[in-house]
Design a protein around this ligand. Structure first.
Ligand code: AMP
Ligand code: FE
Ligand code: FE
Ligand code: ZN
Length: 283
């Protein structure tokens, strides 16, 4: 049986394993194919490729912070992008802009917390991110250290990072992102599209429009989807001729999900690889 996990985070963003540790963990988990998909960065690609164990195919990717501006307020969403050319000037500039904004936004969140007497600091949070894409899980880490919450999950409650101290990111327009990924030879897949546990979700008619704009797939099997939502996303993908994927969205100890908890069918994986023209699958 081929085990394919197409959505994993490392310390290049808000995962807790280094890219090299992630590769080793993938092999230990019995994966045959693993994608590294850090938020808004390709920063983990080289280290992952260098550490790739024999028998594990590496798919280089990223998870792009996007927004659908068709409703007010706009709905944030995540777009997985596989096997794109990291030197594509438009996409590379987008990634730099997204990471810069992540830093400014995290600093603002830290300032809001400090204004309310919370004893954390930007240098502390920045050190947790350690040069990678900064995210709210790094602020959560500071809140845990300060003894204000016990877990990352608790830090995402509405009284903390979920709402009260939430500052929006300057995300990419999702239609532009789909076109940019395609133009860079990449394959765009909508991550956890029905995850109502994360907040508002987009209507199916938006997914129909994204498919017409070049979207290639939908992540159906994901821990943030109910069984019904997984079936719904899979049926929508079938109807639109999109591939349906399944992935762990592994974040190391920032989440409880294990590598390979959800996997992608070999047929869907083969279609993604065949559609890519940016960089090769390594394996
Ligand atoms: P950000 O990208 O900075 O907006 O932070 C969102 C990240 O935090 C996502 O990558 C999620 O994986 C993670 N996240 C979101 N909600 C939770 C939660 N309730 N518990 C743990 N991590 C979460
Ligand atoms: Fe994350
Ligand atoms: Fe995501
Ligand atoms: Zn993710």
């Amino acid at each position: 049986m081929t085990r394919i996990d197409l959505h994993c985070h490392s310390t290049a963003s808000d995962g807790t394993l280094t890219p090299a540790e992630l590769m080793a963990a993938g092999a230990s988990a019995g994966l045959d194919v693993m994608a590294i998909t850090d938020h808004d960065t390709t920063g983990g690609w080289a280290a992952a490729a260098a550490a790739r164990p024999a028998g594990l195919t590496l798919i280089r990717g990223a998870e792009l912070s996007c927004r659908w501006y068709g409703v007010e307020p706009a709905i944030p969403l995540h777009l997985l992008a596989y096997l794109f050319d990291p030197a594509d000037p438009v996409l590379a500039a987008d990634l730099v802009r997204l990471r810069t904004d992540r830093e400014q936004r995290a600093e603002k969140i830290v300032e809001l917390l400090r204004a309310d007497g919370v004893a954390i600091s930007w240098p502390e949070v920045s050190a947790y991110a350690a040069g990678g894409s900064v995210g709210r899980p790094h602020i959560a880490q500071a809140l845990i250290r300060a003894g204000l919450v016990r877990t990352t999950d608790e830090a995402f409650a509405s009284r903390w990072l979920g709402a009260r101290y939430l500052v929006p990111k300057a995300d990419l327009d999702v239609f532009e992102a789909v076109r940019t990924v395609r133009a860079a030879g990449g394959v765009p897949v909508f991550a956890h599209p029905n995850a109502t546990v994360r907040g508002r979700i987009v209507p199916d008619k938006l997914i129909v429009e994204l498919a017409a704009a070049g979207l290639f797939g939908l992540e159906a099997d994901h821990e943030d989807h109910t069984v019904e939502q997984r079936a719904h996303v899979r049926a929508l993908a079938d109807r639109l001729g999109l591939v349906a994927t399944g992935s762990s969205d592994f974040h190391g100890s920032h989440k409880t999900v294990r590598l390979g908890a959800f996997t992608t069918d070999p047929g869907a994986y083969e279609r993604i690889v065949a559609a890519a023209a940016g960089v090769a699958a390594l394996g």
